[in-house]
Design a protein around this ligand. Structure first.
Ligand SMILES: O=C1C=CC(S(=O)(=O)O)=CC1(O)O
Ligand SMILES: [Ca+2]
Ligand SMILES: [Fe+2]
Length: 331
């Protein structure tokens, strides 16, 4: 089938139960720039982002993922996306400018074969350049949205779906018989736009936000410690095996997980080869062999359908946490 030409992971829309608390976390602490706000929503972007937003926080009854969104190369690719998912028999909803998310033009929203609410758009309002407005760089100095990480019970099915959308695969975690535990897949020329964590799903595992340097990852942890909010730090700082990125994971007031992530690598050559980790290699998730805290494997955010109802989840086919690896048995 004729897949749309996806350029990159572009924005996520999260439902938060307390917009003021979310503003403290995502704006005051992480340093996102408020491009636009109304009584029920915040439209945020990082310092390097030249388009309207990469994160929308809207007031909601429950903490959930409203949708993730990929930018496509041309307006015609929005039509292609609609056709691609309609031919798969998936729910699709076309949204003209003004009918969907503020700042976004013509778009199509679908529930993909993995059960995730996904938008494909081309037109988005441009925004003034902040790259060298150092006077506005604050907190963790978030540069841009880098990736989505999604929980799904069938990693091979997730891999096949994103392969059919033209995504490359930079790295995997595999068992001794090459059973697939996790995969990192890309359209932009870095390690990933989307990654799959085995577990019940569809659920959102985390949003990955890029900073320019590792000192901003360390500063993020210091900022939360400084104001006695260290309980928001879930995992790290540390160095990943997969992606080689330096990282820290946080949970926002609603439990939405976010990763501050820097220094992965280029994947843009046409013959770029997948790097395969064995699930028994305890450097795979933390290169220094530090254990992965159980909540990181087990907890994730509910996702909504196109009518805003929480999607039912199904259980993992493969449970990496059950594989006895690393000092604490969790890898
Ligand atoms: O972005 C990522 C890169 C690497 C890892 S892992 O913990 O090294 O598997 C997790 C992650 O998907 O969040
Ligand atoms: Ca902690
Ligand atoms: Fe990540």
């Amino acid at each position: 089938m004729n897949a749309p030409d996806v350029v990159r992971s572009a924005y996520a829309q999260l439902a938060v139960t307390d917009l003021g608390a979310a503003r403290w976390f995502w704006v005051d602490m992480l340093g996102f720039y408020v491009q636009y706000e109304d009584s029920g929503s915040l439209y945020l972007r990082g310092t390097d982002e030249l388009t309207h937003h990469s994160l929308v926080l809207r007031k909601g009854e429950i903490a959930a993922l409203d949708h993730i969104a990929y930018r496509v190369r041309t307006p015609e690719d929005v039509d292609k996306a609609e056709k691609f998912f309609a031919e798969l028999g998936r729910p699709v909803k076309r949204l003209k400018k003004g009918e969907g998310t503020y700042g976004i033009g013509d778009a199509v929203r679908v529930v993909d074969p993995l059960g995730f609410p996904v938008e494909f758009f081309h037109d988005i309002d441009h925004a003034e350049r902040l790259i060298q407005r150092y006077d506005l760089h604050r907190g963790a100095e978030i540069a841009r949205l880098d990736h989505f990480n999604i929980c799904t019970p069938d990693i091979p099915a997730a891999y096949a779906h994103y392969k059919s959308l033209g995504f490359g695969c930079s790295e995997t975690i595999e068992g001794d018989e090459h059973e697939l535990y996790a995969a990192w897949m890309y359209r932009k020329q870095t390690v990933h736009d989307v990654a799959f964590t085995g577990g019940s799903g569809p659920r959102l595992h985390h949003l990955g936000l890029a900073t320019h340097e590792s000192h901003q990852v360390l500063r993020t942890a210091d900022l939360f410690g400084a104001v006695r909010k260290e309980h928001h730090i879930e995992r790290g700082p540390g160095r990943h095996g997969v992606s080689n990125a330096f990282y820290v994971y946080l949970r926002d007031p609603d439990g939405h997980r976010v990763e501050i992530y820097t220094s992965d690598y280029y994947t843009g050559d046409p013959d770029h080869e997948t790097y395969r980790w064995n699930v028994h290699d305890d450097r795979r998730r933390d290169f220094w062999g530090n254990a992965v805290i159980e909540s990181w494997y087990k907890e994730a955010t509910a996702v909504l359908d196109l009518d805003g109802r929480p999607q039912p989840v199904s259980d993992a086919l493969l449970d990496e946490a059950a594989v006895k690896v690393g000092a604490d048995g969790l890898g």
